[in-house]
Ligand binder design. Structure first.
Ligand SMILES: [Zn+2]
Length: 383
């Protein structure tokens, strides 16, 4: 699994410490809002906090601004409010702990903040629900610091199809959707295709004049789930100059895992429901209670997946399109199960060890861990 002790060759930890590490997607924002989690101390649960981030050598984290449409609506004032609250929570994190975190919106910010030994906090919007079908809201969120947007999460918007529902199968981008992409290109906001339907993917690649990103996705050739990218998609995305950021979530990287998880979900449905019923808090807290049960049961009932599988997806992208179009998007704190040796952000060095073991050079590893994303951000920032 890892280099034997005292093996010669480059030292994984020194490479890892020196590299600028950029994680394109974590859902920790929900914890800031719903649990009032203090990310500046080492938390016993979840996947990300400042202590473990610094242990794992993380330099920049994109916090997902995610509006769950079932709870907050697929548009309208509640969706906007929910997005705004999350943005305020990320801003407050940096304001409260300026010695640890600093807000960032550009690649240059990330380089500067990393050089100062702090963690850059960035924001990306997952699902276009808070745009509320108004073009001017794209610029509003850009001004608030959001630097990527995926038009839909698991529920299609009227203007972009999702891979997570039936309507997405026939929905790409409509005229308004194309205007949104144009506005993002104009502003310098990255267009994220994670979670989108195949049709929406192709419409985006055909519309965007700037590099296109997948912030947390896997390869469908390895794990056949609808939200992963086919080989043709990976080739097309790379042609835009974009980057596929590989997700760590076992369901999206391990072959056959999604089917096994479906069986387990049926087995534990009543347990999950009971936890939800017994939770007296609001809808967000009921979801937390359900997720707690899922986390415990998945750990018991599903086979472990390791960082090696994450690197299989990285390898696959590299074989298809070369070393310049791959990065990482953990989905930490957005999933109930993670690889056994990537339990939290503190375990990121295991990724570097596995890349070295497979023969990646130091400069390749720099690109995978964050260099490719910094290059792409610079390209998108150009007016
Ligand atoms: Zn997601």
């Amino acid at each position: 699994m890892t280099n034997p002790p005292n093996s010669s060759g480059p030292d994984a930890m020194s490479i890892h410490r020196r590299a600028i590490i950029v994680d394109m997607h974590a859902d920790t924002t929900q914890r800031l809002v719903d649990e009032n989690a203090d990310l500046n101390q080492g938390l016993r649960d979840g996947h990300l906090d400042a202590v473990r981030a610094q242990e794992g050598g993380l330099d920049a984290q994109f916090f997902s601004i995610w509006v769950e449409p079932e709870l907050y609506g697929g548009g309208g004032s509640r969706a906007i409010r929910r997005a705004d609250i999350q943005i305020e929570a990320v801003q407050a994190l940096a304001a409260k702990h300026p010695e640890t975190w600093e807000l960032a919106t550009t690649a240059a910010d990330i380089r500067r903040i990393a050089a100062n030994g702090k963690i850059a906090a960035l924001m990306g919007m997952e699902g276009g629900y808070a745009i509320d079908e108004k073009l001017e809201n794209v610029a509003r969120y850009y001004r608030m610091g959001v630097r990527y947007l995926s038009p839909a999460w698991s529920v299609s918007t009227s203007w972009a199809g999702s891979s997570g529902d039936e309507i997405g199968g026939t929905r790409g981008l409509n005229e308004f959707g194309k205007q949104v992409i144009g506005e993002m290109n104009r502003l310098g906001m990255m267009v994220d295709v994670s979670h989108l339907s195949d049709r929406a993917f192709w419409d985006i690649v055909g519309t965007s004049t700037k590099p296109v990103i997948a912030t947390h996705s896997g390869c469908r050739a390895i794990a056949d789930v609808p939200r992963n990218l086919t080989d043709d998609m990976i080739v097309a995305l790379a042609k835009t100059g974009g980057v596929v950021n590989v997700i760590f979530y076992p369901e999206h990287i391990e072959p056959g895992y999604a089917a096994k998880k479906k069986t387990v979900d049926a087995e534990i449905a009543s347990l999950v429901q009971r936890a939800s019923d017994e939770e007296k808090g609001d809808l967000a807290h009921k979801k937390l209670a359900r997720d707690r049960v899922r986390r415990a049961e998945y750990l018991k009932r599903l086979p472990p997946v390791t960082v090696s599988r994450v690197v299989d997806h990285i390898d696959h992208v590299v074989k298809l399109v070369g070393i310049d179009h791959v990065g990482i998007g953990s989905d930490f704190d957005g999933v109930q199960v993670v690889p056994a040796d990537l339990k939290s952000v503190a375990d990121l060095p295991n990724l570097t060890k596995e890349l070295l073991r497979r023969g990646y050079s130091e400069s390749d590893i720099d690109k995978i861990l964050g260099g490719n994303m910094l290059r792409m951000m610079e390209a998108v920032e150009k007016k």
